[in-house]
Design a protein around this ligand. Structure first.
Ligand SMILES: NC(=O)c1ccc[n+]([C@@H]2O[C@H](COP(=O)([O-])OP(=O)(O)OC[C@H]3O[C@@H](n4cnc5c(N)ncnc54)[C@H](OP(=O)(O)O)[C@@H]3O)[C@@H](O)[C@H]2O)c1
Length: 232
């Protein structure tokens, strides 16, 4: 794939920003539309920053209208992890809704407006950063009810999109990604002294490799930073 037009959401985040810079380095990249809720700036000529509200459908619709190009690749790197529950006793409606608003709804709403602007006559890719803890099969520790559930729901949204896209744009591949355990504002409050963390730059480099390897047979699946598949 060359001369790629790419949209990256969550460009103020540690991994989102690193993904923008990683793709900007590539000679195969034409333009990167870097979306954020914040007013982010960038020095790289290939990166075009745009502000958007992921939970406002008008804002998303306008964002597609002003792009005026077709896209090859969409990456959603938004998400949050706040006050995770150790026990069901810690759960609150507010906390649960907030995790779904941060981790599930943005991808669902972005897909509604951005999937139609993917090219149809060539292979395109749509991916969102999920998390290994969203896997039901991989859950051996419990806890983190709302974050886990919001990522499991995200995985279901991605699976649904992969099925719908197969019908309306068979050249598009939809999949989820786990970035590894990465040093970022999101993970900082939960980091342990004896654990090693990837830098956001390393994770972005690995994710770019994984994205480049995806083919139609990977539609609807979830992959980790090392290209191993994560069962739902
Ligand atoms: N760090 C890890 O170890 C790790 C592990 C597994 C999975 N992940 C996943 O990787 C993704 C990126 O995480 P990160 O480590 O780069 O975290 P980060 O540095 O905190 O960046 C997350 C970005 O998501 C957006 N965001 C934050 N709160 C949001 C909300 N309430 N609603 C919508 N968007 C919100 C913000 O970007 P904008 O305002 O620019 O949109 C923020 O900069 C997340 O989905 C996370 O769950 C991370």
């Amino acid at each position: 794939m060359s001369n790629l037009n790419i949209a990256i959401f969550g460009s103020s985040g540690a991994i989102g920003r690193s993904l923008c810079l990683e793709y900007a380095k590539s000679k195969n990249t034409n333009k990167i539309f870097a979306f954020s809720r914040d007013n982010v700036t960038s020095n790289d000529m290939k990166i075009i920053n745009r502000q958007v509200n992921y939970l406002d459908e008008n804002s998303l619709k306008q964002a597609t209208e002003i792009l005026n190009v077709k896209l090859d690749l969409i990456i959603i790197a938004t998400g949050a992890l706040k006050n995770p529950e150790k026990s069901i006793k810690d759960l609150s409606i507010e906390k649960f809704m907030k995790m779904f608003e941060a981790n599930t709804l943005p991808t669902a709403l972005i897909s509604k407006y951005f999937l139609p602007i993917l090219y149809k006559d060539r292979i395109t890719k749509f991916t969102a950063l999920s998390a290994r803890v969203g896997s039901i099969e991989d859950n051996h520790l419990g806890g983190w009810y709302s974050y886990r559930a919001s990522k499991t729901a995200l995985n279901m949204v991605l699976k649904n999109l992969s099925i719908e896209q197969q019908r309306i744009n068979p050249n598009s591949i939809v999949f989820g990604l786990h970035p590894g355990t990465v040093n970022s504002p999101l993970s900082k409050p939960f980091q342990r002294k004896n654990m090693e963390y990837f830098s956001p730059e390393f994770s972005a480099e690995k994710l770019k490799e994984v994205i480049s390897l995806k083919t139609i047979k990977d539609n609807g699946k979830i992959f980790a930073w090392d290209n191993s598949e994560i069962k739902p």
